[in-house]
Design a binder for this molecule. Structure first.
Ligand code: SF4
Length: 377
């Protein structure tokens, strides 16, 4: 897609009235057309020039998993769909749709090609960093899934525009900036993408339905605290002490817990908004009773009067490719997820200490679309 501003410039060049720019913009972001011939509000003789000069997306769909045939046949069966996109400069990024239940379709978008953060458990980190995605490239990942859901809905047997009874919701309802890349290292483009996706005259998704997840870039957190937007913040924490966190997430050497958590506390103070702490559990590393108690103590130390704003999401580790090479000094042979019982025990201990906790179940492990797996194949 192109921004409304760039379409206004294009219309001016073509001597077209300004309101046409808005119609073109809305055809893509609101009516979710996939071809200009579907834009019935625009004169037919424009379709050819629009096809040539205004591409509907900056990205090309390279591959969909599970394959398109399966989606066409049984749209409600696939609860995770991954798309590999090709950029204009022949790079590949991946985006995932998770269909949680009857009323939530969450798109996990990428913000960079690759990632410089090199987290030990993450497939994207192994790729290294190539470049930032533009705001349009970020938005286009969402629009592609919006078009897919729209088309799927119309093909669903029993579908009637008057009634959605018995049919999965057909709209993107949530967006998480948790795909490939560190969003706060592409700050301006991510914020611009959020503004485009929130635009009442366009895609119109509420800020509160979007979540930015950071590995812990302190200047980004502080800047985000001053934004006049209600988008949620998530912090990838994954460890309750600096020694372990630095092994799992090298970013911790630059922004250790004593810098990261006060910045989060300041964000809470300024916004009064809940913060989600993403916590991947690794068997034998951070799933013991002692580790959980250390996590409780950490939260109570840094958020003594803000515990109602702390929400921990527990996630069992998703294996990647041939397995992530282990950082030195961990007394295990490979990264593995603890059992469901162990994850439940960790959740119970947090709950007993009045910490809000959710166990997030795996989505898309079989198509390498789960957390930390993007770019692994
Ligand atoms: S977990 Fe996130 S921040 Fe860390 S390497 Fe992977 S994509 Fe980058």
């Amino acid at each position: 897609m192109q921004t409304l501003e760039s379409l206004q410039v294009w219309c001016k060049k073509k001597n077209l009235p300004n309101y046409r720019a808005k119609q073109i913009y809305q055809a893509i972001t609101k009516n979710l057309i996939s071809n200009w011939s579907e834009a019935l509000e625009l004169p037919k003789d424009w379709h050819e020039i629009l096809n040539k000069e205004i591409p509907i997306s900056t990205l090309r769909v390279k591959k969909i998993l599970p394959d398109e045939g399966a989606i066409n046949r049984a749209p409600t069966d696939a609860n995770t769909i991954k798309i590999a996109f090709q950029t204009h400069d022949d790079l590949i990024i991946e985006t995932v749709l998770m269909r949680h239940d009857r009323d939530r379709n969450t798109v996990c978008v990428s913000t960079q090609v690759g990632c410089a953060m090199n987290c030990a458990f993450c497939a994207t980190g192994k790729l290294g960093f190539t470049r930032n995605l533009s705001a349009e490239e970020i938005v286009d990942q969402v629009l592609e899934f919006a078009r897919l859901l729209n088309a799927t809905r119309c093909r669903t047997p029993g579908y009637s525009p008057m009634s959605d009874i018995g049919i999965m919701p057909s709209k993107v309802t949530n967006i998480v900036f948790m795909g490939m890349g560190e969003p706060f290292l592409n700050y301006e483009n991510v914020i611009e993408a959020i503004k485009i996706l929130n635009d009442k005259d366009g895609f119109n998704l509420g800020h509160r339905h979007m979540t930015i997840s950071t590995s812990g870039i302190v200047p980004g957190i502080l800047k985000f605290a001053d934004e006049d937007i209600q988008t949620n913040l998530a912090i990838s924490l994954h460890a309750s002490n600096n020694k372990l966190r630095s092994k799992l997430m090298p970013v911790n050497k630059k922004y250790p817990l004593e810098k990261l958590l006060p910045a989060v506390s300041l964000y809470m103070k300024k916004t009064n908004r809940k913060v989600f702490f993403e916590y991947i559990l690794f068997a034998g590393i951070n799933d013991s009773r002692e580790s959980t108690e250390e996590l409780v103590a950490l939260m109570k130390t840094y958020f003594p009067n803000q515990m109602q704003l702390v929400h921990i999401n527990l996630i069992g580790y998703n294996p990647i490719g041939s397995g992530a090479p282990l950082p030195t000094g961990l007394e295990i042979e490979k990264f593995e997820s603890p059992s469901k019982e162990t994850i439940k025990k960790v959740a119970d201990t947090l709950q007993k200490n009045s910490i809000l906790v959710t166990i997030r179940y795996h989505f898309g492990g079989e198509i390498n679309a789960a957390c930390g797996q993007l770019g692994s194949k």
